[in-house]
Design a protein around this ligand. Structure first.
Ligand SMILES: [Zn+2]
Ligand SMILES: [Zn+2]
Length: 247
C-alpha cells in the first residue's frame, strides 16, 4: 500500500498547504480519501491521472474535504474525457450536497450528460461498504457539517489505513484506528481543546490505547505548525504535501 499526501492543509491555507486529499494505491486499485477544493491542483502537481482513480471516499461534507468533486467533474467531462465509472462514498446526503454545490459554482454543470457513470454510495456506522477490494467502515465523530461527519477505517491487502476526518476527541476514534498500520489524525492545535478539532496533547494521551503502528498528523493550523518540532514520538510523522508513505 502506497499513500501519497496530495493535500494536508486546513480550510484556511495554513502553511501554504493544499486542502485535504490523500491518494492510495493498493490491491491493484487506487482511491482518494477526501477531495478538498484544491485536489485537482495537487493531483496535477504530482502527475497523478484522475482517470485512473475509480473511487473516492469522503469523510465529511465541508468544502475543504469534498468541494474538489465539483472541479473533478468539470475536468472529467471537458478535459480528461473520462469514460471509466466513478464511485463516490460519503455520508448520507452526499449526492444532494454535491449537486447543490455544482449548481452554485457552475450553474448547469450537474445536469450535463456525462460520458461516465457517476455513482454515490452512502456509508454509515451501521453499514460498512465493500468498494472493489476495499472494505470501508465509518465511525461518527463530533464535527458539525450538516450531515454525519465520519472517521474512516479502510482495509485492503491485509492493511488498515484509518483517518479521523475532522473532529474533537470522541471515543469512536479508538475503534476507528485500532491497531491500524497508519492512522491519519487531524491535529489542529498543539495543546488545548479547539472547538470540533483536536490538539496534539489529546492525541498523545490516547495513542497507546489506539495502538496504531504509525500516525500521521494532518490539518495543522499555523500555531500547530509553529510547534511541530516539539513532537518526538517515534510512531508519529508530520504530513506534508507530496509526502509518500509505503505500508
Ligand atoms: Zn477540514
Ligand atoms: Zn471539517
Amino acid at each position: 500500500m502506497r499513500l501519497i499526501v496530495v493535500g494536508c492543509g486546513d480550510a484556511f491555507g495554513s502553511g501554504g498547504r493544499l486542502q485535504t486529499c490523500y491518494h492510495v494505491e493498493a490491491a491493484g486499485t487506487r482511491f482518494l480519501i477526501d477531495c478538498g477544493a484544491t485536489a485537482l491542483i495537487g493531483l496535477t502537481r504530482l502527475g497523478i491521472d484522475p482517470n485512473a482513480i475509480p473511487s473516492i471516499f469522503i469523510s465529511h461534507l465541508h468544502g475543504d474535504h469534498y468541494a474538489g468533486l465539483v472541479w473533478w467533474l468539470l475536468h472529467a467531462q471537458h478535459v480528461a474525457k473520462r469514460t471509466a465509472p466513478l464511485t463516490v462514498v460519503g455520508p448520507p446526503g452526499i449526492e444532494a450536497r454535491f449537486t447543490a454545490t455544482c449548481e452554485v459554482l457552475f450553474p448547469g454543470s450537474s445536469v450535463v450528460r456525462r460520458r461516465f457513470d457517476l455513482k454515490f454510495a452512502e456509508i454509515t456506522r451501521k453499514r460498512p461498504l465493500q468498494v472493489g477490494p476495499v472494505r470501508a467502515t465509518a465511525f461518527e465523530v463530533s464535527h458539525p457539517s450538516g450531515a454525519p461527519s465520519h472517521a474512516l477505517r479502510l482495509e485492503t491487502e491485509g492493511k488498515v489505513l484509518s483517518f479521523t476526518g475532522d473532529t474533537e476527541w470522541v471515543e469512536s476514534l479508538v475503534p476507528a484506528g485500532l491497531a491500524a498500520d497508519l492512522y491519519i489524525m487531524e491535529c489542529y492545535w498543539f495543546e488545548g481543546a479547539p472547538s470540533y478539532h483536536m490538539s496534539w496533547k489529546t492525541i498523545e494521551a490516547n495513542l497507546d490505547r489506539i495502538g496504531a503502528r504509525r500516525v500521521l498528523l494532518t490539518h495543522m493550523s499555523e500555531r500547530m505548525l509553529a510547534r511541530s518540532s516539539e513532537i518526538a514520538d517515534a510512531r508519529v510523522a508530520l504530513a506534508k504535501d507530496g509526502l509518500v508513505i509505503e505500508l
